[in-house]
Design a binder for this molecule. Sequence first.
Ligand SMILES: [Fe+2]
Ligand SMILES: [Fe+2]
Length: 131
Amino acid sequence: MITWSDEYRVGVKEVDEQHRQLFAIAGRAYELLKNEMLTDKYDSIIEILQELKAYAVYHFQYEEEYMDSIGYAKLLSHKVMHADFVEKINGIDFRKVDDNQGQYLMEILEFVVKWIEGHILGQDKKYAGLV
Ligand SMILES: [Fe+2]
Ligand SMILES: [Fe+2]
């Protein structure tokens, strides 16, 4: 589970809002996955993961424009990291593992969440001058 906390703040209001929104979407996927009572939940989880990807793409574009506006020197390499991540997500076959889909989706979600978390702390904070 991923919970928003001040440690993730980069101090740019709109960016912080968008990061918080990414966490919230991921949190919804976790809740569904963990809910043992729900049957036929996998389509909904895949939908949320796709929503998460779409929102990440929207966020990356906003963030890249922001970095450009402040003349961030490492904009290009930051853009490459965003693009690599999107490419990885695009390469996921959500229906690959039918017999153990719950575990497969949890692994995808954990990968996505860890990437976002590490990227905010290690990279986004750089353009904000925090690391
Ligand atoms: Fe970023
Ligand atoms: Fe970001």
